[in-house]
Design a protein around this ligand. Structure first.
Ligand code: PRP
Ligand code: URA
Length: 212
């Protein structure tokens, strides 16, 4: 990934361990959903590493001291429906004050191109840093369109958080939106003839919602 300085692969052992169970075809819907949420929570930790801090005065039971809090930075999480929904709870566990927008996109089964069907973003998005959520970055079509849609509302910044990325998707997203930092847990080998990621984990939406 050296040619894409905007891409960060999170190789933390806890994330990698959970990802193995997520990929396993014998993992059922309940466990799959829990794993997506837990991985999102761990990834949120890393993706918010650059949030600025300010000093505040705190009185402990022992004395007055100077400590740190996040500097009034406002976040918005925007899952791409459906599969991105699986990551929202994990993210909100880490940042309960974040607002949540939604973008509905599905891939046309023949063309593999995204089709927009829903779009609701926080009204004050111009004051917010946005983290777009989708477990899968395959051709990159959905991510590119989602970021294009969000940019029309002029947020302060946009990051893209996925669990598995294909090299094709990273290239497409980085070329279309070089300003967007991409966080993923794994970069897989390639896409198959139906634009599914190999080895991947199959259809993320179907596995989260049990619609296989
Ligand atoms: C999946 C996935 C991404 C998209 C990735 O959604 O959650 O949104 O495909 O593929 P791409 O990078 O080639 O665009 P899908 O369209 O299957 O919809 P769903 O989440 O409603 O199942
Ligand atoms: N969407 C998925 O859910 N899985 C893939 O492998 C590709 C796109």
């Amino acid at each position: 990934m050296e040619q894409f300085p905007n891409v960060f692969v999170m190789d933390h052992p806890l994330i990698q361990h959970k990802l193995t169970f997520l990929r396993d075809q014998s993992t059922g819907t309940k466990f799959f959903r829990e794993l997506v949420s837990e991985i999102a929570m761990l990834m949120c930790y890393e993706a918010t590493r650059d949030l600025p801090l300010v000093d505040v005065e705190t009185v402990t039971p022992m004395e007055k001291t100077t400590t740190k809090v996040i500097a009034g930075r406002k976040l918005a999480f925007v899952p791409i429906l459906r599969a991105g929904l699986g990551m929202v709870d994990g993210m909100l566990n880490m940042v309960p004050s974040a607002k949540v927008g939604h973008i509905g996109l599905y891939r046309d089964p023949k063309t593999h191109k995204p089709v927009e069907y829903y779009n609701k973003l926080p009204q004050d998005i111009e004051e917010r840093d946005v983290i777009v959520l989708d477990p899968m970055l395959a051709t990159g079509g959905s991510a590119v369109d989602a970021v294009t849609i969000i940019k029309r509302s002029h947020p302060k910044s946009i990051k893209f958080l996925c669990i598995i990325a294909a090299p094709e998707g990273i290239k497409a997203l980085s070329e279309a939106h070089p300003d967007v930092h991409v966080y993923c847990a794994a970069v897989d080998r390639c896409l198959d003839s139906n634009c599914y990621i190999l080895p991947g984990l199959g259809d993320a939406g179907d596995r989260i919602f049990g619609t296989l």
